[in-house]
Design a protein around this ligand. Sequence first.
Ligand code: ADP
Length: 487
Amino acid sequence: MSLKKNLPDFFRTIAFRMSTWYTLIFFLCSCALFAVFYVVVENTLKDQVDRELSQQAGAFSRVIQRRGMAGARNLAIAEARAAGEKKIFFRLLYPSGEVFASSYMSHWKGIDVDEILVKKLMIHKTPLFESIAVNSGGPDSGRKQRIRLLYTFIAPRVILQTGIVTDVSFQFLGTLQKVFLVYLVCSLFLCSVSAWLLVKKALGRVETIRKTAQEITGTNLAQRVPVTFSGNAVDELDELAGTFNRMLDRIAHLVSSMQQMNDDIAHDLKSPLTRIRGLAELSLTQQNQGVSEYQAMAAGVIEESDRLLDMINTMLVISRADAGEEEFDMERVDVSSLIQDACELFVPVAEDKNISCAVDIPSGLALQADKRMIQRAFSNILDNALKYTPAGGRVDVTAFKTNEKFIHIQVADTGPGIPLQYADRIFDRFFRLDASRATQGSGLGLSLARTIVEKHGGDISVAPANDQKSSGSIFTIRLPYCNPGVI
Ligand code: ADP
């Protein structure tokens, strides 16, 4: 791939953008800091020069007072000579601006008396400073010399114009600028490179997460992002990696349970469909059947179809309730009479199987619930108890309140019991114990019961029967009196 093609992508990277921002901020801060520093230094130097010029003017005032004009004239020549005639000059003027004495001025030919400043001085009477640049060594030399001038009264009718070369100060400021420029270029380079490296290092772990996410396909859910725990502490990226891994765990679990469910659905729908097909085939192939035989086959088809429909409907209710889409019609439900009514419906079944059924429920147990749903959950438990308990057995239904504000509904039977290792799994969709396969069922009844009870803020569990003499199990539904968490 050509470099040209890569460039736009490179500019879009977070590493590039962040390091550019850091560098820009550093550049602006450095410039602002330098500007403040430069102004302070420049003003300090200027103040120093102004103080020097003012001191000279003070000396002239004192000399005029003591020795008159002649003394001032001599002082101008002597001071300029002492400090260097190319460095400082003095001119004594009348208020009209006419020069009547000066130091040796051959080096200062380019500097005239500024009449405007003299007039200003006449009006305000306060010393006036001026900065100018003149060509040193003649008007065509091209080399500029910076000079600071002072106009001030040294006697009632005598003005002193004095000037001093400030090149040294400007050279110092120029050197300062150059040093800053070199510092800026070096530190900008270092700042951008180190910002780039730091951001790249931090983003390296994000890149690992991105690569892991990319590698995860439907079949490779086992991949996980490494958590570094650098310095024994969990940083933001470790937390991100941990959250990402937990999300993957959940997805892996969901995918595997969906796969399991798909297998179960396929398996459990296959049997009734095969039976329906068998009956239909029989009615087609068998000749000379009487009406009653055909009716029996049609009834068989209807029965199997009903079972299929029931299974599909139950699956839909479970899925919708799990997804929070099933509407629960909450109302005050008299649980005592609900259980009584349900038990009465099952009396013929119990009698047919010669199972004794005892119901012991105090009256007046009530709770907020969807009556139809609770009835369905309880009927599934009772139906199982009668279905799996052999003839001559017993089923006991009890209900009671507890101090923890729960109502317990228990169904105990003397059936084959449930091995402890399956006590949880029997509530999974389509799970059936091998021992029960001979008995008709879909493996969905307990799953639906658990979904309904949990949506009412309760829970459901199974335990071995207390009775030492028989196997058997006790199913307990626990429901809160008032369940505000119901969806
Ligand atoms: P099914 O339609 O098979 O009864 P359920 O979801 O109601 O489906 O029950 C799941 C499995 O739990 C049953 O297949 C059975 O193996 C076991 N089971 C449920 N209730 C009892 C019980 N009272 N005694 C023994 N086994 C039971």
